[in-house]
Design a protein around this ligand. Structure first.
Ligand SMILES: Cc1ncc(COP(=O)(O)O)c(C=O)c1O
Length: 388
């Protein structure tokens, strides 16, 4: 059997690789605390679970569903964008269901990139922005995110010859992994930039409901005229603790949505109708549920940052996401550091370098565990650091 050469360009997905090592440690009897992947541990809102239970018992929910998302699902997405962001969307042409936002993110280059054209991606950044580019013969241009710039890319620093060939610009705030949030003025600047250079602005917003301390995350589509140049990916995974359900959405520019839909109709055959029905209920989740859930995250974050403070490791302050983005001791290599920490203590955190070369020197710590478990993780880490 011979696999295609292009497969060599496809890295082992970072969390698949970490997961393999974690399985080995668990098999050896080690109590592993996984603070590497961002998989919410809390339950979805109860009405969502009930809607799912009800839907699976209906005989008419088990056939193939619409390629694009059911009409009620797409209407619910449009209604959510109106209620949450005051953004008007045509459900038919400006919304599309995805099998989790990762699926759409991965497929976007196939719909937009010809050999020799370029995708602009943040470094560090979510790996899926990058991974499909070589498969379609595209080129990647990394936009460094730096602490001193508030983890925002310097769009003006992108060379003119790159811009001429650029087709997609990825942005993601609240940001994974740096946890930064962007001022609305930056979104305005990004929309103007995409318009000026004829680039599709692909804005990834899965953490827009995972916020606290009064911070309310915007949608890029709130920028006047953004729909001419932008699409926004969104997800139920983090907003409503539904990561395993695999449902998401892309909204915005009609032409871009049609391109992705054309690709998808050839690749998949819609999302289980019962999941779509439950997702409709999720989009109506009361603000109180989100406030309470987010308060739990805020308290958990505090446990992690208290531990980092004790160890003298600095981190980015943030009112959003499921992560703490922490600086390693000077000179430490994140892959080596996290592997040693994991193997010695069972505490698994994500090496910054796995999220792009710009992540070197940092680690990402996910707080998807109860506070006592996180406290234990931080204590183990602290002991290991102090050599005791
Ligand atoms: C920035 C970012 N985008 C997209 C996703 C994918 O989310 P999902 O496919 O579960 O909707 C993730 C998941 O961790 C993420 O961090």
């Amino acid at each position: 059997m011979r696999t295609a050469k292009r497969l060599n360009n496809l890295p082992t997905y970072v969390f698949a690789a970490i997961g393999n090592r974690v399985r080995e440690l668990k098999a050896a009897g080690i109590d592993v605390i996984r603070c590497d992947i961002g998989s919410p541990d809390m339950a979805p809102p109860q009405p969502v679970v009930e809607a799912m239970c009800h839907a699976v018992q209906q005989a008419d929910k088990h056939g193939y569903s619409s390629f694009y998302g059911s009409p009620p699902y797409r209407q619910a997405v449009a209604k959510y964008y109106r209620r949450r962001f005051s953004v008007e969307l045509d459900p038919e042409t400006q919304t599309l269901a995805l099998i989790g936002s990762k699926e759409g993110i991965y497929h976007l280059p196939t719909a937009f990139i010809d050999p020799g054209t370029v995708v602009l991606t943040p470094d560090p950044g979510y790996a899926t922005y990058r991974n499909a580019i070589p498969l379609v013969g595209g080129e990647m241009f990394s936009m460094p995110l730096r602490e001193e710039n508030g983890w925002l890319p310097d769009l003006a620093a992108i060379p003119a010859d790159v811009l001429e060939r650029a087709r997609i610009l990825w942005l993601n705030y609240p940001n994974n992994p740096t946890t930064a949030v962007a001022p609305f003025s930056f979104l305005e600047q990004a929309v103007a930039f995409a318009r000026q250079h004829g680039i599709l602005l692909a804005y990834d917003n899965p953490y827009c409901e995972v916020t606290w301390d009064g911070y309310v995350a915007p949608s890029v589509l709130q920028v006047p005229g953004a729909v001419d140049v932008a699409i926004e990916f969104n997800s139920f995974s983090k907003s409503y603790n539904m990561a395993g359900w695999r449902i998401g959405m892309v909204v915005g520019n009609q032409e871009a949505i049609a391109a992705l839909a054309r690709l998808k109709t050839n690749a998949d055959t819609g999302i289980f109708q019962a999941i779509q029905d439950a997702a409709i209920v999720a989009l109506d989740t009361k603000d109180g549920w989100l406030v309470e859930r987010n308060e739990t995250y805020r308290q958990r974050r505090q446990v992690v940052t208290d531990g980092l403070d004790r160890m003298g490791l600095s981190y980015t302050k943030s009112p959003a996401t499921l992560y703490v983005w922490a600086n390693l001791p000077a000179g430490a290599k994140s892959m080596d550091y996290t592997a040693s920490l994991r193997d010695a203590t069972g505490v698994s955190v994500c090496p910054g370098a796995a999220l792009g070369p710009g992540g070197e020197g940092y680690v990402r710590i996910t707080f998807c565990h109860p506070v006592d478990r996180l406290a234990e993780a931080m204590e183990r880490w602290e002991k290991w650091m102090s050599g005791s």
